[in-house]
Write a protein that binds this ligand. Sequence first.
Ligand SMILES: [Zn+2]
Length: 495
Amino acid sequence: METRITRRELLQLGLAGAAGMALTKLASAQAPQRTNGRVKNIIFMVSDGMSAGVPSLADEFGKLVRGKGSFWHQLLQNPEATLGFFDMAALNSLVTDSASASSAWGSGSRIFNGQINVLPDGTRLTPIAQVVKQAGKKVGLVTTTRITHATPAGFAAVQPRRDDEDDIAPQYLNVVDVLMGGGLRHYAPNRRRDGKDLIKTYQEAGYTFWNSREQVLSNARPEKVLGLFYDSHLPYTIDHIHSETLQRTVPTLAEMTRKALEILSDAPNGFLLQVEGGRVDHAAHANDAAGIMWDQLAFDDAIQVVFEFVANRDDTLMIVTSDHGNSNPGLNGMGGEYEASNKAMALLKLAKCSFEELPNRLRNATSPDDVRAILKEQLGIEINGEEASALAGALKGNFPPIWNRQHRNLQGLLGQILSNYNGYGWTGTSHTADYTWITAYGVGREEFHGLIRNTDAFYKMLKLFGLSFKNPSMTPEEARKYMSRAPRIRTEDWA
Ligand SMILES: [Zn+2]
């Protein structure tokens, strides 16, 4: 199915200068139609797995730990920002995963969970990165996950199984100009299953390879960048701020975003940039309240960087949103007249590590007293003896009765126990069906006001760019017969 565009076809498309690009042929073999676009640049920002309750709590958390509320909170009060909601359902479920969600934005078609830009019958869709690239724009993907992970991939790749990230890694070549995030393991020859050196492949195609924070902070502005700053996902922000080594080597989302904007702003025909705060989702799966808050603040810093870029121009639109809720953290009313809620929530500022790191620190705990002491040290919360016994048992695989099965694991149990102290309640440990927030600012913002179906994002962005392109799609009824063929994929960081 995947064919290379020939030099002659490129000439026909009026892209002579781009001849030699290894673009995948557009599904309908046609160039995007041009209309009068009003927008030169779009920056699409995703806090992955950010439940509706997160922004208000992150604002309060920011005041506690940094002495200032969230920038997003300020932006929402700006009369020139619009507020809307996405209906993010997948083709086979009210609850979407990140692959289906990003594909819906990125292709204009709902698909099954677990896939990237592929209809249930195997029809390959053309992702938005390819459409805008053909129109002469530049494209960037910046994330705190592996760059091959579902949310970035949904804008630029086509893959029947989202977990085949070794196969997603080469697809950005000459389609995406600026790549920054984690995921070295899918590019380095000693980490890929096939032993191919994709770093070299990208370098030969003119990409500058970066692997340290210093390079992001330098004055360098290479035209094309492959920046991979960690083997897998970038570390959680809470672990990053507590490690000098990580701070030295791994850039923040805001730093990567600033550099991406610097590079892309040179593009004569404009650009599309996706920025993902990807680990909010992972912390939510882990019911890790402090982990969510710190990564949300890191995402918030990136919002500010983008806002400052957009506010100085009259040709750029920024969209800030999420792909789905996850475990729906909410601060419960605690104590008489709920007067204990604020104090409970404030305990989060004492946490020193993520729930990814916590099991390592609990490894040597053999007794309930050990568990209590370590949690007090790492999270600043003193649990009672009964709770400590339950956790000590769970560490050995013996779980107490837990009637919500999603919580029958170490992180789920920990989330339940800690909620007695910090007040954060959880619906489970998986994604939820809620509408997600949208804030839009800049020229064209009115397109993202109100309740919007996820698939409309693709057509709205193209319309604002002055382009039109139609992907095939399928109704839920047409898709039903393919349900048995839906991918059955479960990974530890199913997101
Ligand atoms: Zn997730």
